[in-house]
Write a protein that binds this ligand. Structure first.
Ligand code: G6P
Length: 360
């Protein structure tokens, strides 16, 4: 069952492996019998009516929101702001005339997000919650709910909920584009099916990731993740995963920003994980890798088929450029998992962390 480990030693590994199935379940759940997108008419109406979307979330869900912003802006043509819930409560930006609030929360119970929801409901603004737990507080108190269909997530470090959030955000963006009669050359269900297959290949490549960890992250105190464009957002999530469960100090940076300060931290042997899945920034990120290698960094490039170079540490299958986070995050999750395992950390229950934080 979903709440038992079965043959797995940890829930986290089981949940990483479930991601291809979660993608396929989302495809089924959001498709009608004529292969058309199936979304609540009221949600469609709210998406069409708003002039700006405010995504509110915490932790890994916030990172999914950063990726979702790209979909909603590029495909549905709606400006999006993404905010950390705990900051928004105390530091509310100037709102547009017709805002729509989108809460992203695996548990639907995060107090920081709820406090924003209470505030914006008092102000009379509409709210949509994307959650893995439909009966949760954030789901009940919002006007609309989109279900993530990831199945129960038990490990404290979120994995399959993150990829489910991104997949459902893509579906929401395409549905909105269709509702607005916008021209789109993107079939989300077909592209997500390709993603599911690429994920499945990755879950069979665990040994390669474990070897990378053994050789490069064994005793390190810190690690850096660099990427540009969409890859940068996945770097933030990759660094968070590593921090949460292996306690290695890790930071995600935009490749071009590194030289403006952080590069001072690069020493002989400092691990630098670079993501290279975006064609338009492939040349630029590669030169950022050269900059850190020249200062002694131990580079590990994770690229995508078609953009790879001989020296890359790992190459994922080719998927649509908007959906690369769904695939590139999997080796990041596995890196964190094996790093934690090799350091004898409690993978499923890291110190000081809770699965959902119900205090502000
Ligand atoms: C906690 C968890 C994180 C999670 C965050 C947001 O801090 O440890 O893994 O990303 O809460 O949780 P939510 O349920 O709102 O997505």
């Amino acid at each position: 069952s979903d709440t038992e480990k079965g043959t797995y030693s940890h829930f986290m590994l089981k949940e990483i492996d479930e991601q291809p199935f979660v993608m396929r379940r989302i495809i089924q759940e959001y498709q009608d019998e004529h292969d058309q997108l199936k979304l609540d008419q009221d949600i469609r109406g709210a998406m069409k009516a708003c002039d700006r979307i405010y995504i509110i979330a915490a932790g890994t869900s916030y990172h999914a929101g950063l990726v979702g912003k790209q979909f909603l802006e590029k495909m549905a043509g709606i400006p999006v702001e993404v905010h950390v819930a705990s900051e928004f409560s105390y530091n509310m930006p100037l709102l547009s005339e017709k805002p729509l609030f989108v809460f992203i929360s695996q548990s639907g119970e995060t107090a920081d997000s709820r406090s924003v929801l209470v505030k914006i409901k008092e102000m009379g603004h509409p709210a949509l919650t994307m959650t893995n737990v439909p009966g949760s507080t954030l789901s009940r108190e919002a006007d609309y709910t989109l279900h993530l269909h990831a199945g129960p997530e038990i490990a404290v470090a979120s994995t399959k909920a993150y990829t489910a959030q991104i997949a459902v955000l893509a579906i929401l963006a395409v549905d909105t584009a269709q509702a607005k009669d916008l021209e789109l050359d993107f079939d989300p269900m077909q592209e997500l099916a390709i993603v599911a297959n690429a994920m499945e290949v990755l879950t069979d490549q665990k040994e390669a990731i474990e070897t990378l960890v053994r050789e490069n992250l064994g005793t390190t105190r810190n690690a850096f993740f660099i990427g540009r464009g969409t890859d940068y957002f996945v770097c933030l999530e990759g660094a968070l995963k590593l921090k949460e469960i292996s306690y290695i100090q890790a930071e995600g940076f935009a490749g071009g920003e590194l030289k403006h300060g952080t590069i001072a931290l690069i020493e002989d042997g400092t691990p630098v994980i670079a993501l290279a899945t975006q064609e338009n920034v492939n040349y630029a990120i590669r030169s950022n890798v050269q900059e850190v290698v020249a200062r002694g960094a131990n580079d590990m490039v994770f690229s995508m088929k078609g953009l790879e170079q001989d020296t890359d540490a790992f190459v994922v299958r080719h998927v649509h450029e908007l959906l690369t986070p769904l695939v590139s995050v999997v080796p990041m999750q596995l890196l964190a998992y094996y790093a934690a395992l090799h350091r004898d950390c409690d993978v499923d229950k890291p110190r000081n962390l809770a699965k959902s934080v119900t205090v502000e």
